[in-house]
Design a protein around this ligand. Structure first.
Ligand code: RIB
Ligand code: CA
Length: 333
C-alpha cells in the first residue's frame, strides 16, 4: 500500500526533484503540499511548486505557509549566514535556487487555508496516521504544533531533510533548513512524534553526477530532462562553492527523503539517538547529536542518518522518473 505523505517545501531546485519523485512513485501518495520560505520567499516557493505541478499535469492541493521564522528575527543576536555568491558560468550567473523555476507560469492556485491551519485541521480530522516530509524550514509545522500539540498523535513519522553531524552549510555549525528556524525545529523535536533525520552527512554522500544526469535524460520525458537540468545547475554551484567527495556531483538533499520512504536501505547508517537544536550563540541551528551509550532509550528522540548509498539513490530516482508520461512541460510551446 502506498505511503500517504504531506510534503512541506521551499521549492528550490532539489525540492522540485523531491516533488517529482514523490508524485511519480507508485509507493507514495501525496495528500497535500505545504510551502514555506527558505530558498526563496514563500510567494516564489509557492509559485514554483504550482508551476511544477501544472507542468506535470498533476492536481495536488497546495497550502501556502509562513514567510519568516517563528521568533528568530524578533531578536538581533542571531548568527549571520553568508549565502553562496552566484557562480559565473559561460558568462552567466548560476545559483542553487532561482527565484522562478524555468517553467510556464502557473495556472493553478494555492488553497485559501494557511499551511499551519491545514496541518491542524487535517491531522485532527484524519482517521489514519500520515507521514510528514518537511524539506525546508520547519516554521509551518512548528506553529501547528504550538497551536495544537495533540496533532502529533496522528503523525506516523516526520522525515526531515535537515541538520548535520559532521557536515554544515549555512554556518560552520548549522544546515540551512534548521538554521532558518531553530525554534520551530526544537518544537518539532519535542513533539513526541517519530523523527527520521536525513541530514547533510547522508545527502552529501548520495550525490548525483553528470553521468547520472545523462541517465535521467535517456528517459526522454519531462521529469528526466527537468531533473537533469536542475542537477547540472547544482553541480556547477557545488564544484565552485561546496565541492563534495566526488567531483562534478551535486547533493539533491530533499529527494533523499522520498527515496528513503520508497526504500529505507538507501540510508546506510541510521542510528537511534538524542537530538537537540542549538538555539543561541555560535551553535544556533546546530543539530546536537547525543550518541553516548548512557543515553537511556526514552531519551532517544530521533533516528539520524550518517551515510547513504548514492547508486541506490539514483536508481530509485530513475524508477520514479520513468513513470512520467509528460514529454515536455505542458504549456511550453
Ligand atoms: O541545506 C539543504 C536544504 O536547504 C535543502 O532543503 C535545500 O532545498 C534548502 O532548502
Ligand atoms: Ca528544500
Amino acid at each position: 500500500m502506498a505511503t500517504k505523505i504531506i510534503l512541506d517545501v521551499d521549492t528550490g531546485s532539489d525540492d522540485a526533484i523531491a516533488i517529482m519523485a514523490a508524485v511519480l512513485s507508485p509507493d507514495i501518495e501525496v495528500e497535500a503540499i505545504c510551502t514555506t520560505w527558505g530558498n526563496q520567499c514563500v510567494d516564489f516557493t509557492t509559485d514554483n511548486t504550482l508551476r511544477l505541478l501544472d507542468a506535470m499535469g498533476v492536481k495536488i492541493p497546495v497550502y501556502k505557509g509562513c514567510d519568516t521564522a517563528m521568533t528568530k528575527y524578533l531578536t538581533h543576536d542571531y548568527i549571520e549566514a553568508i549565502p553562496f555568491a552566484p557562480v559565473m558560468h559561460n558568462g552567466k550567473p548560476v545559483i542553487m535556487h532561482s527565484e522562478h523555476l524555468d517553467l510556464p507560469e502557473a495556472k493553478s492556485m494555492a488553497q485559501d487555508m494557511p499551511a499551519a491551519c491545514f496541518y491542524v485541521d487535517y491531522l485532527r480530522r484524519t482517521k489514519e496516521k500520515i507521514t510528514l516530509v518537511p524539506v525546508g524550514p520547519l516554521t509551518n509545522l512548528g506553529l501547528a504544533l504550538r497551536i495544537a500539540p495533540d496533532i502529533a498523535e496522528n503523525i506516523e513519522q516526520i522525515v526531515i531533510m535537515g541538520g548535520g553531524s559532521k557536515e554544515a552549510n549555512l554556518t560552520p555549525c548549522a544546515e540551512a533548513n534548521i538554521w532558518h528556524d531553530p525554534e520551530a525545529a526544537e518544537i518539532v523535536v519535542q513533539s513526541g512524534a517519530k523523527i527520521v533525520w536525513v541530514p547533510l552527512d547522508a545527502t552529501h554522500k548520495a550525490c548525483v553526477t553528470l553521468d547520472d544526469c545523462e541517465r535521467f535524460r535517456s528517459l526522454d520525458n519531462f521529469a528526466g530532462n527537468f531533473a537533469a537540468k536542475q542537477c547540472e545547475q547544482r553541480i556547477i554551484v557545488h564544484n565552485a562553492r561546496q565541492p563534495l567527495e566526488i567531483p562534478d556531483a551535486a547533493a539533491v538533499h530533499d529527494a533523499l527523503c522520498i527515496a528513503y520512504l520508497i526504500d529505507e536501505s538507501v540510508l546506510t547508517d541510521l542510528r537511534h539517538c538524542h537530538v537537540e537544536i542549538g538555539l543561541s550563540g555560535y551553535g544556533e541551528g546546530q543539530t546536537i547529536i547525543d550518541q553516548r551509550a548512557e543515553v537511556i532509550a526514552e531519551e532517544r528522540n530521533s533516528y539520524f542518518a550518517f551515510d547513504a548509498d548514492r547508486f541506490k539513490f539514483v536508481d530509485i530516482l530513475c524508477d520514479c522518473f520513468k513513470n512520467c508520461q509528460v514529454k515536455q512541460a505542458s504549456g511550453h510551446n
